[in-house]
Design a protein around this ligand. Sequence first.
Ligand code: NAP
Length: 308
Amino acid sequence: MTDALFSRIALIGIGLIGSSIARDVKALGLAKEVVISTRSAETLRRAEELQLGTSYTASAAEAVKGADLVIVSVPVGASEEVARQIAATLKPGAIVTDVGSTKASVIAQMAPHMPEGVHFIPGHPLAGTEKSGPDAGFEGLFQGRWCIFTPLPDTDPEALRKLTAFWTALGSRIDEMDPQHHDKVLAIVSHLPHIIAYNIVGTADDLETVTESEVIKYSASGFRDFTRLAASDPTMWRDVCLHNREAILEMLARFSEDLAYLQRAIRWGEGDKLFELFSRTRTIRRSIVEAGQDVDVPDFGRHALDKK
Ligand code: NAP
């Protein structure tokens, strides 16, 4: 149990990310009070059943009253709407942060609504799963994962220090970058892989020469790994695509060029080119394991299957 860093935390949105934060805050005793708010009565009731906070309200404006820290965990396309709702009731001196997967768009949506004296520090924890909703969250999700802040130029250093202490207590490693750079980096490491996964699973689903039962039956040969990404929340990923459009389109253009190179190498039987690329990519996998961002065992549901 750590000392409470904040007196009152308000969590706006209590899905996978919000509820994982709530679970850690509770386990670590990071706040005296945790007010939970979400737009639907059903999710709010579930959060209460799971005892994720100390009080519950459907009104985001009500939830942020008196809160020292406000964490907005909703699909990025809903950021402006939430900012509008909470603006008038934010406590002077409060820290407002978010967890959205895109940053330039969230800043454009939220910053104009933040009142004088409130510290808005955009953030993005690079942690998650393909599941959503309050039941999908778990304690320790952020352990050993990066949390990227994209602070605005006039950010108060003390507020930044407090938010850093919060995410560090959750086990995260902190980095800072400018929002445009964040969006470019994330376009390649996260957004493009999801789009490719959605595309390949969609293609397999459309194929008429292979039946659906064959796609499912033989999925372990590679397809299965893509289906995990392609099972990610449709609302979240629709919003990511719409709110990081430029960076994603740039990466997709690069990807298409490289795919054409690969296509050509296969067509002309240029095995050396294929071998060179496949060796290079294998090294990247090793570097990820060495950096502690994955373990060197097969995953994507295989553990669960092994236990059966
Ligand atoms: P989630 O499990 O689907 O939960 C979404 C939460 O936002 C729910 O409380 C939901 O409320 C609320 N919400 C949905 N649409 C809304 C709207 N239009 N207005 C107000 N509230 C709305 O989502 P999540 O995975 O926690 O993702 C939340 C944020 O974290 C997103 O911005 C996402 O980009 C970011 N993120 C996600 C991951 C990941 O792997 N999932 C990782 C890092 C960052 P109701 O249920 O009451 O409708």
